[in-house]
Design a protein around this ligand. Structure first.
Ligand code: FMN
Length: 335
C-alpha cells in the first residue's frame, strides 16, 4: 500500500469524519447488550460504539454514560427510543455529558426533540425507513441517516436492505452521510454498500458474540448454533394493533408474543388503554423478554433478537478481532 491511500480508507473517509472514528462502522445499539463494555470495546477498537438507552431512566443513562467514558477516550453515541416518556430528560442527560452523536430510533422524532438534540451541540442521526422519510428528516435538519433493512435483528421494517440501499443511496447519500444496516455479516458487503455511496455501515448481530459483550453465555450459544432461517420476524395478529415486527430466533417466547398481543387487544377493546399506551405496553413486553434472555439466560421464554446474519457468527472472539476481520475483507474486496 505504501503512501497510497487504500480504496477502503478513501470510501470510509466521510463516515469516519462524521463519527470521529477510525472505521466508518457503527455498533448498532442493542437494548441490554450495548452497555459500557461493548460500547467502549467498539470505540477502542476503532469503530463507533452506541449505548442503547432502551427503557433506562435518566439516572441510569447518566450512570451508563459516565461509566463508558471511564473505559474509553474515543467518541461514542447514545441511542434514544423516541416513544420513551422521558425523552426530553434523556436528551438533557446526553447534553450534560457532551455526548457528541445522538441516535433517535423507533419512529420519527417527535416535535421539539430535534431542536433539543441540536441545542446540546450533538450531531443527530435518525432512521429513514423509506425515501420520503429520509427527505423529510433531512429537511428537519437531521445530520445523518441510518437505513436498516428487514434482515436486521430487533425491530424491523418491511423492506430489505438491498432495496432500501438502491432506493435511498443514489438520492440522499450526497446530501448527508447515510449508514447502511441489516444483514451485514462480512466485509465484502460493507465494501459493496460503500461503493454504492454509503458513508459507512451499522452492524448488530455480528457483535453479540464478542468477548466483551455481557450477553449471557446461553444467549451467545444460541447465536453460535443458529442459521439464517432461524431468525424470523414476529407476526401481527390484530390488524388494529400496529405492532412493529421484531426479528428473533424462534423459541417458546415467539408464541408468548402472540399471547401478549391478544391481551393488549383485549385491553384496547375494554377501553383500558388508548393506542399509544397499547404500543408502549408491547414495547415494555419486548424490553422485558429481551432482558430475560440476554441477562438471565432464559433462551426458551425470553426474546433472542437476532438478524439473519446470525448464521455467520461462528465463534466467540475479542471485538477487535471481529472488526479487524470485517475491515480486512472489505479492504480485499476493494483492492
Ligand atoms: C438483540 C438486539 C437488540 C437491538 N436493540 C435495538 C435498540 O434498542 N434500539 C435500536 O435502535 N436498534 C436495536 N437493534 C438493531 C441494531 O441496532 C442494528 O441496527 C441491527 O442489529 C443491524 O442489523 P444486523 O443485526 O443484521 O447487523 C437491536 C438488534 C439486536 C440484534
Amino acid at each position: 500500500m505504501g503512501l497510497a491511500v487504500s480504496n477502503l480508507t478513501y470510501l470510509m473517509a466521510r463516515g469516519c469524519a462524521f463519527l470521529g472514528s477510525e472505521y466508518a462502522i457503527m455498533a448498532g445499539a442493542m437494548s441490554w447488550i450495548s452497555e459500557r463494555h461493548l460500547v467502549s470495546a467498539m470505540s477502542n477498537a476503532g469503530g463507533f460504539g452506541v449505548i442503547a438507552c432502551g427503557a433506562m431512566t435518566p439516572d441510569l443513562l447518566d450512570a451508563e454514560i459516565a461509566a463508558t467514558k471511564a473505559l474509553t477516550t474515543k467518541p461514542f453515541g447514545v441511542n434514544l427510543i423516541t416513544m420513551h416518556p422521558a425523552l426530553m430528560e434523556l436528551i438533557a442527560v446526553c447534553g450534560k455529558h457532551h455526548v457528541s452523536r445522538i441516535v433517535l430510533a423507533g419512529g420519527l422524532p417527535p416535535a421539539g426533540s430535534i431542536d433539543a438534540v441540536k441545542a446540546t451541540g450533538a450531531k443527530l442521526i435518525a432512521f429513514a425507513p423509506a425515501l420520503v422519510m429520509g427527505k423529510k428528516l433531512i429537511r428537519d435538519r437531521v445530520d445523518a441517516l441510518v437505513i436498516e433493512g428487514s434482515e436486521a435483528g430487533g425491530h424491523i421494517g418491511p423492506v430489505s436492505t438491498s432495496v432500501l440501499a438502491q432506493e435511498i443511496l443514489p438520492e440522499l447519500a450526497t446530501q448527508v452521510p447515510v449508514f447502511v444496516a441489516g444483514g451485514i455479516g462480512r466485509g465484502e458487503t460493507i465494501a459493496a454498500y460503500l461503493r454504492m455511496g454509503a458513508a459507512g455501515v451499522q452492524i448488530g448481530t455480528r457483535l453479540v458474540c464478542a468477548h466483551e459483550c455481557i450477553a449471557h453465555p446461553n444467549f451467545k450459544r444460541a447465536f453460535l448454533k443458529a442459521n439464517a432461517r432461524d431468525a424470523v420476524a414476529s407476526v401481527q395478529i390484530d390488524p388494529r394493533l400496529p405492532v412493529i415486527p421484531v426479528r428473533a430466533l424462534k423459541n417458546a417466547g415467539t408464541e408468548g408474543f402472540t399471547a401478549k398481543q391478544v391481551e393488549v387487544a383485549a385491553m384496547l377493546d375494554r377501553g383500558n388503554v388508548d393506542m399509544p399506551a397499547a404500543q408502549l405496553e408491547i414495547e415494555h413486553y419486548w424490553a422485558g423478554a429481551l432482558r430475560r434472555a440476554v441477562i438471565e439466560g432464559d433462551v426458551e421464554h425470553g426474546s433472542l433478537m437476532a438478524g439473519q446474519s446470525v448464521g455467520m457468527v461462528k465463534t466467540e472472539e475479542p471485538l477487535a478481532d471481529i472488526l479487524a476481520t470485517l475491515v480486512r475483507e472489505a479492504d480485499a474486496a476493494l483492492a
